[in-house]
Design a protein around this ligand. Structure first.
Ligand code: GRF
Length: 200
């Protein structure tokens, strides 16, 4: 399967996928990495792996709709079977959503703590257990059908970065496992149920 990965930051989830696809048995190739900004480590990781990259900055376009169109056509160039949003920090527009199957990884147990500050919000709430979620992207913010989740303990003395790092260890493994199964086995969506494995 042809994967395009969207990043906005350090790209450690991207790196986990780059490492995974080098194994032929994984059943996927990363054909491009896209970002909403220049100069991030995620793009450097793609370049080091010899993967084509593109950047589509919202501010480079006259409107959000124009950005959506531009991103949709960049994605179409690479003919992805699956787009993976791995720390991509923009809400995707209707054209991109309509034309692609998109998976996102979120560092909380949705529907708890959606949005851009999930780890901080979980800590502030005082939960004892949080975790990560792999889900399909729909028009909402972190509201799409859940595919996989795993719990992560909050430890005394945790701050946002120690907790996020502990979540990311689990998140990278869960994302690699889930994307690999979707790539190899296919998936079907019925309402909010995502079932892996192509129905015979
Ligand atoms: C991940 O925890 C992702 O869930 C969140 O931002 C983080 C990105 O980390 N949206 P990285 O860029 O993959 O290292």
């Amino acid at each position: 399967a042809r994967l395009v990965i969207l990043v906005s930051g350090s790209g450690t989830n991207l790196q986990a996928l780059l490492d995974a696809v080098s194994d032929d048995g994984y059943g996927a190739a990363i054909v491009a990495v896209g970002a909403d900004r220049d100069g991030i480590e995620g793009l450097a990781r793609a370049e080091r792996a010899g993967v084509p990259t593109f950047v589509e900055r919202v501010k480079a376009h006259p409107s959000r709709e124009a950005w959506d169109e531009a991103l949709a056509s960049r994605l179409a160039e690479h003919r992805p079977d699956l787009v993976v949003s791995a720390g991509f920090m923009k809400i995707l527009g209707p054209r991109v959503l309509k034309e692609n199957s998109i998976v996102n990884t979120h560092p909380a147990l949705l529907p708890s703590f959606p949005g851009a500050h999930a780890v901080r919000d979980a800590l502030a709430y005082g939960v004892k257990v949080t975790g990560c979620t792999v889900h399909l992207v729909d028009a909402g913010v972190d509201t799409g059908p859940v595919i996989a989740q795993e719990a992560v303990e909050v430890l005394p003395g945790d701050d946002e970065s120690s907790l996020h790092e502990r979540i990311k260890v689990v998140e990278r493994r869960l994302l690699v496992q889930t994307v690999g199964r979707m790539a190899r086995e296919g998936f079907t969506v019925t309402g909010r149920e995502v079932s892996l494995g192509v129905t015979r």
